[in-house]
Design a protein around this ligand. Structure first.
Ligand SMILES: [Zn+2]
Length: 234
């Protein structure tokens, strides 16, 4: 695994965990791993990094949108954060975006109704709505997000903090977006259809195992077991 993505286990030495925490904070400040690498490049000359310039940059107040840091939260899986981050910037190659530079049929491949832009694909598509509803009921979320903007606001305002409940919800948001994108790609490029039930189960299983990796003790107690016991059957 890449040094930028490696996650410590609960038994890793404290100094390793601290290094990873600082690494993730710096990645969060830059916005993403590629952006951080590009940023570090500007702090080097002749192949050497000027530590003072890096330090000044790290200490400076963080700019950018409020969700910038939240998307790189520890509770989310890095590859899920990455897809959520691309969606937030509207940089995913949705058919609506592809249509900006080539002639393409824009109809959503998941439902066959509506043009595929990020709002449709992740929140308004009938398949996504069904998946969201199942995840919403599973985790006891009062409303499903209807736009990406609403989802990011929810991430920043409603599910912040260190509680198990908030972490599970943050993990779920990134996981839903990632798995919908994956199912859409399988449908578009491999002609493989994923049912709502299978997609939901994949997300639930991922969220459960990600939370188990982070908090095995909480995930096996009554609150955590609830999420395992209520994973949808296929
Ligand atoms: Zn659709």
């Amino acid at each position: 695994m890449d040094v930028w993505e490696w996650q410590p286990s609960t038994t890793s030495p404290t100094y390793f965990k601290n290094i990873c925490r600082i690494r993730d904070e710096i990645v969060g400040k830059a916005g993403s791993i590629p952006l951080l690498l590009a940023r570090l490049e500007t702090f080097s000359s002749m192949g050497k990094i000027t530590v003072g310039r890096v330090y000044d940059w790290i200490r400076a107040p963080t700019g950018g949108p409020p969700w910038g840091r939240r998307i790189w939260d520890h509770s989310m899986t890095p590859k899920h954060s990455f897809i959520l981050w691309l969606a937030a910037l509207d940089r995913l190659q949705t058919l609506e975006n592809v249509a900006n530079f080539q002639v393409v049929e824009k109809t959503c491949v998941m439902c066959g109704a509506g043009n595929e832009d990020r709002e449709h694909l992740f929140f308004r598509c009938s398949i996504s709505r069904d998946v969201w509803d199942r995840i919403r009921i599973w985790l006891g979320i009062s409303q499903r997000p209807t736009t990406l903007r609403a989802a990011l606001k929810w991430l920043v305002k409603d599910v912040k903090g260190k509680s198990y409940r908030s972490k599970t919800r943050r993990c779920a948001l990134a996981s839903v977006v990632y798995h919908i994108w994956e199912a859409r790609n399988k449908r578009r490029f491999d002609m493989t259809e994923t049912t709502v039930a299978a997609l939901t189960r994949r997300i639930q299983t991922h969220v459960y195992s990600a939370m188990f990796m982070q908090h095995p003790e909480l995930t096996t107690n009554s609150g955590g077991r609830f999420i395992m016991d209520h994973i949808d059957a296929n």
